[in-house]
Design a protein around this ligand. Structure first.
Ligand code: FES
Ligand SMILES: [Fe+2]
Length: 347
């Protein structure tokens, strides 16, 4: 499906963010991931687990069922599954048929996130999860904070496309985090087998509208803006703002931050979007939240509105791509190559 080959939706052999770790507790949380219902919960020993959210008996949602100890008792006829997916009880008979089990998915907590592997369990290598070092999680003086977990009415690749083309900052976010310079500045790219990285270095440039709200400084700045896309769904961003050469305080940071966007396919036209970023003072959380909500609403609007168009057209015409789409096209090709490899394995 658009923008991938017909019949291709999303790579399965990859670690996706299923939730922020603080979202997983004693309660059963139902979350659709890669077109499947999943239930997330935390066992009494503290381990976070993920199992299929569909009872194999008559498809009742296990996420809307009852937790009994560390197991789930289906809300319809009481068949019970433990945290590894093994059926432990069938009320209507003493023997448990061999087919009675549900998939349990590898789930790893790292940083602010719980990472799930929905693909071939033999390939679930934890070393494929971005390391905290790679995503710049522990910058002295900066505190990572989980801000938003949205469910978006739009296919996940629209969010990846958005994050892989930051020229949109100039227009979609022209009154907040962007200036005209974003779109005009060429990107420096770097790609390896884990991530695709893009940077815009903007020296001696104008301040962004939000930066003007944060500081009294009014003069030229040096900016670094960029994103590292860890396949298949995690974007680690950088936004550094310093006083330009020749100004009083040259080189001093006006603002420095890391942002993390996790994009997880939910269903064919819905996605999960987890947003986290650094703050330098816990007192800033509420104010930052209000500012960022406005910016993210703009990205969500673009995603939902494009889904409204592409979701309803009989045929989707080829996009008229420009140079500024290079990174996004590279990102799409990488995900398509992952799907091609999975399709080849399945033959
Ligand atoms: S549907 Fe779950 S026990 Fe019948
Ligand atoms: Fe954006």
């Amino acid at each position: 499906m658009y923008p991938f080959k017909p019949g291709n939706f999303a790579p399965r052999n990859g670690w996706y963010v299923a939730a922020f770790i603080h979202e997983i507790g004693e309660e059963l949380v139902e979350r659709w991931i890669l077109n499947q219902p999943v239930v997330l919960y935390r066992k009494h020993d503290g381990e976070a687990v993920a199992v299929s959210g569909r009872c194999p008996h008559r498809h009742f949602p296990l996420g809307k069922s009852r937790r009994v100890g560390d197991a789930i008792e289906c809300g319809y006829h009481g068949i019970t599954f433990d945290a590894r997916g093994k059926c432990t009880f069938v009320p209507s008979q003493t023997s448990i048929p061999g087919v009675y089990s549900i998939p349990a998915f590898p789930l790893v907590e790292r940083g602010l996130w719980a990472w799930i592997w929905m693909g071939d369990p033999d390939k679930a290598d934890e070393a494929l999860i971005p390391t905290l070092e790679e995503i710049d999680f522990e910058v002295p003086g900066l505190i990572p904070h989980a801000f938003f977990a949205f469910e978006i009415d739009g296919r996940y690749q629209l969010l990846n496309d958005n994050l892989l083309d930051l020229s949109h900052l100039s227009y979609l976010h022209g009154t907040s985090i962007g200036t005209k310079t974003d779109a005009e500045t060429p990107e420096v790219r770097d790609v390896n087998d884990r991530r695709l990285s893009s940077r815009r270095i903007m020296n001696n440039t104008e301040m962004t509208p939000i930066l003007m709200e944060l500081t009294d400084y009014r003069g030229p700045i040096d900016r670094v803006s960029g994103m590292d896309f860890f396949f298949p769904g995690f974007h680690s961003g950088i936004g550094d703002f310093r006083i330009s050469e020749g100004q009083p305080g040259a080189g001093d940071y006006l603002s420095k931050g890391r942002v993390w966007h996790a994009v997880t396919p939910a269903t064919r036209n819905k996605s999960h979007y987890f947003f986290a970023m650094t703050i330098s003072d816990p007192q800033e959380i509420e104010r930052t939240k209000a500012v960022i909500q406005k910016v993210l609403d703009e990205d969500i609007l673009a995603t939902v509105e494009i889904e409204r168009i592409v979701g309803q057209l009989d045929e989707i015409p080829q996009e008229l791509m420009l140079k500024s789409d290079t990174t996004a096209v590279m990102g799409r090709r990488i995900l398509q190559a992952m799907m091609d490899a999975e399709n080849a394995d399945a033959v």
